[in-house]
Write a protein that binds this ligand. Structure first.
Ligand SMILES: [Zn+2]
Ligand SMILES: [Zn+2]
Length: 133
C-alpha cells in the first residue's frame, strides 16, 4: 500500500463526510465510501475518520449509542434525539470561557469541551403526542 493510495482513500472518506449534513455514524460513512470505491475496507474508513478528526478536518461527536462525524470542524454544540437517534447542531455559540475557567481553576490543559443536549426532536415530539391522544 503506497502513500498515494493512502492519500486517495483519506480524501474519499473526507468527501463522504462532507457530502452529509446529518452527523453520520462511522458505519454510514463506510457505506457511502463503498459506493465510491467498492474495494475500501471498514478498517480503512474507521482509521481515516480517526486521523481526520485528530488533525481537525472533521469533528468526532461522541454521541450516545454511536460515535458520529461532522463536516463542521469548528467547535459547536449538539442536540441528540432520544427518539430517533438523530444528531443536530445546537443554535448556540461555543463558550471558550468555560475552557479558560476550568483550566485556570485546575491547571488542566483544556483543549475544548463537547456538550450534547438530549431530548426529543420536533418530529418525535409530534409522534409522541399523537400516540398519547
Ligand atoms: Zn427524533
Ligand atoms: Zn455538528
Amino acid at each position: 500500500m503506497g502513500q498515494t493510495r493512502n492519500t486517495r482513500q483519506r480524501q474519499l472518506v473526507l468527501e463522504a463526510v462532507r457530502a452529509r449534513m446529518d452527523h453520520p455514524s462511522a458505519d454510514e460513512i463506510y457505506l457511502d465510501a463503498r459506493q465510491r470505491d467498492g474495494r475500501i475496507s471498514r478498517g480503512t474508513v474507521y482509521r481515516n475518520l480517526n486521523i481526520l478528526a485528530e488533525c481537525g478536518e472533521i469533528t468526532h461527536v461522541k454521541a450516545p449509542a454511536a460515535d458520529r462525524y461532522d463536516l463542521r470542524s469548528e467547535p459547536h454544540y449538539h442536540m441528540y434525539c432520544l427518539g430517533c437517534g438523530r444528531v443536530f447542531d445546537a443554535p448556540m455559540p461555543y463558550r471558550p470561557d468555560f475552557d479558560h475557567q476550568v483550566a485556570e481553576e485546575t491547571g488542566f490543559e483544556i483543549r475544548g469541551h463537547q456538550t450534547i443536549f438530549e431530548g426529543l426532536c420536533p418530529a418525535c415530539r409530534k409522534r409522541a403526542e399523537q400516540f398519547e391522544s
